[in-house]
Design a protein around this ligand. Structure first.
Ligand SMILES: [Zn+2]
Length: 191
């Protein structure tokens, strides 16, 4: 009887452990943007380490390097849509671009489902400019926006979703992880 209870307890413990979900990310690097494979890989490694706390495993192949005309090297909604239409790749996608023409000029932007209504070509994408600060943290932050399909920020000290990204702010709450996993799965971004 005792052995059976122990077996049941172990089964319960295993069942409540965080499930491991894969986040297969396509990387597009714009040739001449200032991004290098080394810097991209360092950012991807750091972002993977941050997302691990939610049981999410970031998976990616080598970046697809695209040579594009100068007017497509910087982020703007029209340029991003044109680039996405000209070079269709699997989603979700990280685009490593030269600069941004957006106002206000964000170093990194996330486009989920909720903010892609008039620009469906770029749903489930993250865009980062070559000069982005803390690229690993910024990438994890933007991917969390995409997975949660939410532009919400947190005031909590040390939280990844603070408005201003910082290498000191990398934590996600249990509620944020739950939302990220549930919405990411529902939108087919995690498997
Ligand atoms: Zn944000």
């Amino acid at each position: 009887m005792r052995a059976l209870s122990l077996a049941l307890l172990l089964a319960c413990a295993a069942a409540t452990a965080q499930p491991r979900l894969a986040l297969p990310l396509t990387i597009v690097m714009i040739d001449g943007s200032g991004w290098t494979r080394e810097r991209a890989n360092a950012a991807l490694r750091e972002a993977a380490g941050i997302l691990e706390q939610c049981g999410v495993a970031l998976e990616h192949a080598d970046p697809l390097v695209l040579k594009v005309p100068s007017d497509l090297m910087d982020f703007s909604t029209p340029a991003a849509r044109e680039l996405a239409r000209a070079h269709p790749v699997a989603r979700p996608t990280l685009y490593l671009v030269r600069d941004t023409k957006s106002h206000p000029a964000f170093e990194a932007e996330a486009i989920g489902r909720g903010n892609s209504g008039t620009r469906p070509e770029i749903a489930d994408t993250v865009w980062m400019i070559a000069g982005v600060r803390d690229p690993g943290v910024a990438l994890a932050h933007e991917l969390a926006h995409v997975l949660m399909d939410s532009g919400e920020h947190s005031d909590e000290a040390g939280n990844l979703m603070r408005d201003e990204t910082s290498h000191k702010s990398t934590r996600l709450s249990a509620a944020q992880c739950a939302r990220l996993v549930d919405t990411g799965k529902a939108n087919g971004l995690l498997n």
